[in-house]
Ligand binder design. Sequence first.
Ligand code: NG6
Ligand code: CA
Length: 500
Amino acid sequence: MKRLFLFLGLAYLQPIHCQEKPNVILFYADDLGYGDLSGYGATKFKTPNIDQLIQDGVKFTNAHATAATCTPSRYSLMTGKYPFRQSGTGVLSGDAALIINSSERTFPKIFQEAGYKTALIGKWHLGLGHDVSKNWNEAIKPGPLEVGFDYSFIFPATADRVPTVFVENHYVLNTNPDDPIEVSYSKKIGNEPTGLENPELLKMKASPNHGHNNTIVNGIGRIGWMSGGKDAIWSDEEITLTFSNKVVDFIKEHKDTPFFLNYNCTEPHVPRMPATMFKGKSGLGYRGDAILQLDYTVGQIITALKETGLYKNTLIIFSSDNGPVLDDGYQDGAVEQLGDHDPFGGLRGGKYSIYEAGTRVPFIVSWPKRIKPGQSSEALISQVDLFASFDYFLHNKKTKQEILDSEPLWNVLIAKDKKGREYLIKSAGTKAIIKGDYKYIMPSNGPEKNTLVNIELGNSKFPQLYNLRHDIGEKDNIAESKPNLTSELNQVLTKELDRK
Ligand code: NG6
Ligand code: CA
């Protein structure tokens, strides 16, 4: 009898336990600003599908990327470490080698260890292969599969960098041995026209002095040169639909297994070239149109989750890798047609900047089955914390692990705890610390402004201290009037930078 009960008990417990494991989807937008969603205050257009996640979950207002550009922020997500712990984590070229060690425990591996199927779809930008001289016509490794994804469908770096191709698992899609792909970042190769020599062929002009004038693909000048691969190169207008279809396919194929799906959306990064149905839709130029396209795809994916009955037990995180920029190298109307829209959400700086607009980003968590809907949280949290938080949730690892910067903030993520970190570090050239209401920025000799993109970088020879509670726009530097606090924060920051 006892045995029977034990057997029944086990049989009963097992499936419940499986069901308890939520699917996890991380939407990671590219250069989407704190003010770029109607759920975060944008009024000139609406993002109803992303707003739906807020209504169904938690809107964080004090959440941060670790850096103000792509590669370093993504490095932190994957490794649980701040990007300054490793050299070579700045914006990578399109032919760069993988910067994550395959033997390292990574964010997706945490899910694999817990029996999840894992997938990466979208932008990668963490490098591929062992060096720059890889052969794009053969298997390319190591890459996403070697660092924890069971499936990947990506483009290698950014859409403005060659090679402008999709890579599925180890292979570029649609290669042709008679038309091999070659890539170079040092000199022109092949006979394709370039933006420099044939600007009349461009359908979207490059901004002066930015570059983006090497090989022309689909009427757009890119960074870097490539030749061959006629059947492999994409047209920009199809990228998002291709990715979102892959996302929906993956969800449908894995509806009976818990999965972790990382969808690295490409919007609104340059070159902004939305699908035809979105062109002109926002009235704010292609940047606004791209945000509407992003919102639409989130809606498509939510619909797929609902149709498969998975929505309630899927934990969705939506965030962005860094803040907004208007002219990032192409004359696409982002500046001229901006009107009254404020992508920066009232924050100072932008992409590339240590000021808040560079790294304070939208951050939404929803999980209808477990999280009370319609909440907001001021908890201080960094994207680097996803690593330890899920390690805690899936493997019961409760304490901060020595080598990591990631903190287990599971209860903060699901909004049971609204306090968050004691402090966090951000880097964008110089470094800053946020502790409580205060933010301290280390003195630096870097330029005050990136004049190409017209964004203040936050570099100053003098220490800067801001009270973010009263001065979220970082207008009033109070370092001189609060010398003790300034030096205390400098000490905490310096200690963190030196921690091995
Ligand atoms: C910069 C590019 C910019 C963008 C950025 C990467 C120039 C002048 N600018 O170097 O267009 O591609 O790199 O953006 O080349 S990120 O969001 O992927 O970090
Ligand atoms: Ca980015």
